[in-house]
Design a protein around this ligand. Structure first.
Ligand SMILES: Nc1ncnc2c1ncn2[C@@H]1O[C@H](COP(=O)(O)OP(=O)(O)O)[C@@H](O)[C@H]1O
Ligand SMILES: [Mg+2]
Length: 216
């Protein structure tokens, strides 16, 4: 499956989701390619650091791709891997559009109580355009990341997202938890931390399982 993690805003946790999902899939024995399609190169920096901290045992392959050629290149790479995860920058770039044409699924993290919720109309018009020109519909999964631990505090964001047809809000939020940042600082996913933050791993696993197993 080819999955793009994107959106029109920085800092929502795209790279965090992309790297944790990549490592989670690889830990199950899948051959995974992580595509860094963001000029800021965070997924590449993470992977370089992970290569050092794991003695070259990152467990997946990383490539950097940019611009409109992302589509053709990803399509060429598809048969070589079980899954391809594409991490994009937080803008409506040629790379993100090209990635979406080559993808089966689009993962859009939103952080609640911040202005990115209000960039929704841009995401919706991007989606409209992409869906209208694809042979088969792109599967869209949006979800809250960096959510508040108290579920009730996420309700404003949730209701705004639920109103937007086509975004398919998945009600499996990932709460703002230090474990995500501390794992990243060690070149690890939350699944590899000891002691494990059970809440972080449970939330991430629940979301990832849903995305990989549910055709919407
Ligand atoms: N669920 C989370 N809980 C706590 N911190 C998070 C979470 N998701 C992401 N972060 C942190 O937020 C910052 C931005 O995340 P990042 O994945 O780089 O966002 P993006 O790729 O969308 O710009 C990073 O410091 C990251 O560790
Ligand atoms: Mg990023």
């Amino acid at each position: 499956m080819i999955l793009t993690v994107g959106g029109i805003k920085g800092g929502t946790g795209k790279t965090t989701i992309a790297t944790n999902l990549t490592i989670w899939l690889a830990s199950q024995g899948a051959d995974v390619l992580l595509v860094d399609a963001d000029e800021q190169e965070s997924a590449s920096d993470f992977t370089a650091w992970r290569d050092e901290t794991t003695d070259g045992q990152a467990g997946y392959t990383l490539v950097q791709l940019n611009g409109a050629t992302v589509r053709r290149q990803v399509e060429q790479l598809r048969p070589k891997y079980d899954h391809i995860i594409i991490d994009t920058g937080g803008r409506d770039t040629a790379s993100q559009r090209a990635a979406l044409f080559a993808s089966d699924a689009y993962l859009i993290p939103f952080a609640p109580r911040s202005y990115e919720i209000w960039t929704l109309s841009k995401v919706l018009s991007l989606l409209d355009e992409i869906q209208g020109t694809r042979a088969s519909p792109l599967r869209v999964y949006s979800f809250l990341n960096k959510a508040d631990a108290r579920g009730v505090d996420n309700s404003d964001a949730t209701s705004v997202l639920l109103e937007s047809e086509g975004l398919n809000l998945i009600d499996f939020p990932i709460v703002n938890r230090k474990a995500f940042a501390s794992a990243a600082s060690k070149g690890l996913s939350v699944f590899e931390m000891t002691p494990a933050d059970e809440k972080a791993t449970t939330e991430a696993e629940r979301l990832f399982t849903y995305i990989m197993q549910t055709q919407i």
